[in-house]
Design a protein around this ligand. Structure first.
Ligand SMILES: Cc1cc2nc3c(=O)[nH]c(=O)nc-3n(C[C@H](O)[C@H](O)[C@H](O)COP(=O)(O)OP(=O)(O)OC[C@H]3O[C@@H](n4cnc5c(N)ncnc54)[C@H](O)[C@@H]3O)c2cc1C
Length: 390
C-alpha cells in the first residue's frame, strides 16, 4: 500500500529551507497569488530592466533565487549539491529565450554540450534538457510541420538544426546522460517529433538516451504514443518519453479559433487528467519498451504513478521511471518522493537575470492563473511555519 498522505509531510518538503528562506517563499507566493500585483510587477520589472535601472539585485534576491539555480552553471553547483543531499537530482535548464539567430543557437548548443560534460562528473545530474526552438528557428519547424518545401537556404539551415540535435544526443550517449527534449506549440511539433524519433532510432538502441515530450492536454497524443510504440518495436529502438499536461493551452485554443480549425486541446481539465493518467498507465505496462519522466505538480497523478509501480512490482529506483518538478515549486512532492526512494529530478533554470525574465514571468503568471497550485504552496508553507513556531 502506498502512503496517500506522503505529500503532507512539510518537514521533509522544506528541510533545506532556513527559517528566513521559508518566510521569503511564503511572501513570494503570497505576492504572486495576486493577479493585479503580478501584472504591475511584470510591467514595472520589464520597464526597469529596459531602462537599465538597478533592479537586478532586487530580482535576484526575490523571484530569481527562488525559481532559478543561478546565472551560470558554476553558480548552480552548491544548489545542486544541496538538493542531492536529500536524494533529489537536478536537470540544468539554460533558460535564455527568444533569441532566434544562428549564433545564439550555436551558443545554446555549446552550453548544453558543456553541461553534458559537466554531468559526466556528477551523479546528481544524470539528465539534460533542451527546447527544439532553442536550436533553430521556430518558423522552420512550423514550415516543415505544414509539409511545405524549404528553399535551398532553409534546407541548409534545417540541416544545421539536425546536426545540433545529433551532436547533443551522440555526446549524451557517450557520457551515459539522458536527454529530455521539451514539447512546444502543436503547429511546430510534428517536425520536432519526427526529428526526435530519428534521434531515438540512432541512439536508443539499447537503452533510452533520448526522450521526447508527450503533452497530454492534446487529445491525439495517446494514439500518437501507441503508433510510435509500434514503430519502435518494428525498428528496434527504445522510447524515452517525458509526459506532461502541456503549457500552451490558451495560445493553442486562441489560434485554433482564429484560424478556424478544431482545437487540439482536450475539452476540459478532467479530459486532460484522464488522458494523462491513461498514458501513464499505458507506459507503466510497457516499461520494457518505454521509459518515462513524469513531469507534473499534480499530486493525484504522482500517487497514481506510485500505485501503478507497486501493482506492477516496479522498483522505486528503476531507472525507467523518473518524477520531475520545477525548481521552486512543489517541493512537497519532490522531496517526499525522494525520501521514499523514488527517482526525482528538478528542472533547474539558469542564465543571466535579464535573459531568464520571460521564464520568471511565466512562472509568476502560471502561479496566478493556476489558483489551486499557489494556495497549495501557501498552505504547505504556512503549516511548516507553524510547525517551526515562526
Ligand atoms: C519537469 C516539468 C517539465 C515540463 N516540460 C514541459 C514541456 O516540455 N512542454 C510543455 O508544454 N509543458 C511542460 N511542463 C509544464 C506542464 O505541461 C504543465 O503546464 C504544468 O506542469 C502544470 O500541469 P500539472 O500536471 O503540473 O498540474 P495540474 O495543475 O493538474 O494541471 C494543469 C494543466 O492542466 C491542463 N488544463 C488546465 N485546465 C484545462 C482545461 N480547462 N481543459 C484542458 N486542459 C486543462 C493544462 O495543461 C494545465 O497546464 C513541464 C512541467 C514540469 C513539472
Amino acid at each position: 500500500m502506498i502512503n496517500r498522505t506522503l505529500f503532507e509531510n512539510t518537514e521533509t518538503a522544506f528541510r533545506l529551507k532556513s527559517d528566513s528562506e521559508l518566510e521569503r517563499a511564503y511572501f513570494l507566493f503570497k505576492m504572486i497569488s495576486s493577479q493585479p500585483l503580478v501584472r504591475i510587477g511584470t510591467a514595472a520589472t520589464n520597464f526597469a530592466l529596459k531602462a537599465n535601472l538597478p533592479v537586478e539585485g532586487l530580482i535576484r534576491s526575490t523571484v530569481f533565487d527562488h525559481f532559478c539555480g543561478g546565472v551560470n552553471e558554476d553558480d548552480c553547483l552548491s544548489v545542486i549539491d544541496d538538493l542531492y543531499t536529500q536524494g533529489v537530482c537536478s536537470v540544468l535548464d539554460y533558460s535564455v529565450e527568444g533569441k532566434a539567430i544562428e549564433n545564439q543557437f550555436d551558443n545554446a548548443l555549446e552550453k548544453i554540450l558543456k553541461i553534458i560534460n559537466f554531468c559526466d562528473e556528477k551523479e546528481a545530474m544524470p539528465i539534460v534538457v533542451f527546447k527544439p526552438s532553442g536550436f533553430g528557428r521556430f518558423y522552420l519547424f512550423q514550415k516543415k510541420s505544414e509539409g511545405k518545401i524549404f528553399t535551398e537556404d532553409e534546407q541548409a539551415e534545417w540541416d544545421r538544426i539536425v546536426n545540433r540535435f545529433d551532436k547533443v544526443c551522440k555526446l549524451a550517449q557517450e557520457k551515459d546522460v539522458e536527454v529530455l527534449i521539451d514539447g512546444e506549440e502543436s503547429w511546430m511539433q510534428d517536425a520536432a517529433d519526427d526529428l526526435v524519433e530519428e534521434m531515438m532510432f540512432r541512439y536508443n538502441k539499447k537503452v533510452p538516451v533520448v526522450y521526447n515530450t508527450l503533452q497530454l492536454y492534446r487529445w491525439d497524443r495517446l494514439d500518437y504514443l501507441k503508433a510510435l510504440h509500434k514503430r519502435a518495436i518494428a525498428n528496434g529502438f527504445k522510447i524515452g518519453m517525458k509526459i506532461v499536461r502541456g503549457a500552451y493551452m490558451e495560445k493553442e485554443r486562441e489560434r485554433a479559433l482564429e484560424k478556424g480549425y478544431a482545437s487540439p486541446i482536450c475539452k476540459s481539465k478532467k479530459e486532460t487528467d484522464d488522458n494523462f493518467n491513461n498514458a501513464l498507465n499505458y507506459i507503466i505496462q510497457n516499461l520494457n519498451d518505454i521509459s518515462v519522466f513524469i513531469g507534473t505538480h499534480n499530486e493525484l497523478s504522482c500517487y497514481l504513478a506510485m500505485e501503478l509501480m507497486e501493482t506492477h512490482q516496479i522498483s522505486k529506483k528503476d531507472n525507467n521511471v523518473w518524477f520531475g518538478q520545477l525548481y521552486g515549486m512543489s517541493d512537497h512532492i519532490s522531496f517526499n518522493l525522494a525520501a521514499e526512494g523514488y527517482n526525482v529530478a528538478k528542472y533547474m533554470p539558469f542564465g543571466p537575470v535579464k535573459d531568464v525574465m520571460p521564464y520568471l514571468i511565466r512562472r509568476a503568471e502560471e502561479n496566478t492563473s493556476v489558483a489551486g497550485q499557489t494556495s497549495r504552496e501557501l498552505s504547505l508553507l504556512k503549516s511548516e511555519k507553524k510547525r517551526r513556531n515562526l
